[in-house]
Write a protein that binds this ligand. Structure first.
Ligand code: ADP
Length: 371
């Protein structure tokens, strides 16, 4: 049985707004309703200041629609045309008052010790490839690792890890993460088909990410690697505030333009007082597979100088290499599929730097052997 938009609206007639008692269906706040098989996705328009008051309404809407016959999954977001003023204000306060005493930090995710963001100032610099290989590399160091693909405009983790299928619901609204190469993985790409147009606006994106963060049975993780959406706009800034981040890794290519973008990324995390773990130079140099000659295609070394200039750690260089692209695009990240290669070792070196940057909390638990 397929659910229709009219069925969804009928279910929403039973959800009332707290202030006026008006039904949500009649309130004019429901945006486009996307129905795909048993999946229903829509947004409730709110004023930015209403976000917490409307959260119970969002939940009620989800359970009302979730109860319709034929509905297997519901994703409802709150959407405001502008980022909440409090977010921008908090960011400004943080900038003026660095260190302790800034805006309250978002609460952590139970069972997850540290959350790190992998970010880039613009798309196409290899952020997702770096995030995936960094995650596998961290797990080779003995850590329990998860990956949250929050690049909602172009989720790439399903492809990079070669995962098909849908996450199962474990209880109520909680989803089980998918698994590959010993990692727990969650991506909006598992919930929405690749062809689905991304009609979501910034704040709804944030709501979807918060759900993926908090309503997934991550279990016990030493580190959750969040692949951020590219860029440094409002959505990214608000997200950096919503997720309790222990630190951020910025990925850049050596070109000046990308570095300029990377600089914006650094500034963004500084604004919200998230420690910068450092800068990675991706596609740094090219080693000819035939003759072994190294060519600095994009003026190699720019990121190292930039890191020095910005007083942030330089985490290392990842070469531009065909096997990295082939394995990443083929669903077998190189650290997992060819761990003894020089390329995999470059990612492991990066993982060690990140681990050191996060400090003792990320050390692997000692393995207890019972004989
Ligand atoms: P982003 O997340 O920044 O958009 P991706 O990780 O999706 O970038 O990478 C873009 C493309 O570049 C992909 O085809 C990927 O396989 C390739 N790529 C990324 N890093 C490297 C690298 N070091 N060497 C070769 N290809 C790479």
């Amino acid at each position: 049985m397929t659910v229709s938009r009219a069925d969804v609206l009928r279910a929403l007639e039973l959800v009332k707004l707290p202030a006026s008692g008006q039904s949500l269906a009649a309130s004019g706040r429901i945006g486009d309703i996307l129905v795909e098989g048993g999946k229903v996705i829509f947004a409730i328009g709110i004023d930015a200041t209403e976000a917490s008051a409307m959260e119970p309404v969002r939940r009620a809407a989800e359970s009302a629609v979730g109860g319709l016959p034929g509905v297997t999954q519901v994703l409802v977001g709150l959407t405001a045309d502008k980022a909440p003023p409090s977010a921008a204000m908090q960011a400004r306060q943080q900038a003026q008052r660095p260190g302790p005493g800034g805006a309250p930090k978002p609460s952590g995710v139970p069972g997850v010790k540290q959350i790190i963001a992998v970010a880039s100032g613009k798309g196409g610099v290899g952020k997702s490839t770096t995030a995936a290989n960094l995650a596998v590399a961290l797990s080779t160091l003995g850590l329990k690792v998860g990956v949250l693909d929050s690049d909602i405009y172009g989720p790439s983790m399903p492809k990079i890890f070669g995962i098909t299928g849908k996450p199962q619901i474990v209880s109520g609204r909680t989803l089980a993460p998918m698994e590959a190469y010993g990692l727990k993985i969650m991506s909006i790409g598992f919930l929405v088909d690749e062809e689905t147009p991304m009609i979501w606006r910034g704040p709804m994106v944030i709501s979807a990410i918060t759900q993926m963060l908090r309503e997934v049975a991550w279990g016990e993780l030493d580190v959750l690697v969040v692949d951020m959406p590219p860029g440094t706009g409002d959505a990214q800034l608000t997200m950096a505030q919503q997720v309790p981040l222990a630190g951020a890794v910025i990925v850049s290519t050596p070109q000046d333009l990308a570095l300029l973008d990377a600089r914006r990324g650094v500034a963004m995390f500084r604004k919200v007082a998230v420690p910068i773990l450092g800068l990675v130079e991706n596609m740094s140099y090219f080693i000819c597979p035939e003759c072994g000659h190294q060519s600095d295609i994009f003026a190699h070394g720019g990121a190292r100088h930039e890191a020095e200039r910005l007083h942030i750690p330089f985490l290392g260089e990842i070469p531009l290499a065909m096997p990295i692209r082939e394995t990443s695009d083929g669903g077998r990240p190189i650290v997992a599929s060819d761990p003894s290669s020089a390329h995999a070792k470059a990612y492991v070196a990066l993982a060690r730097q990140v681990q050191a940057g996060l400090g003792g909390a990320m050390r692997a638990a000692p393995r207890i052997v019972i004989e």
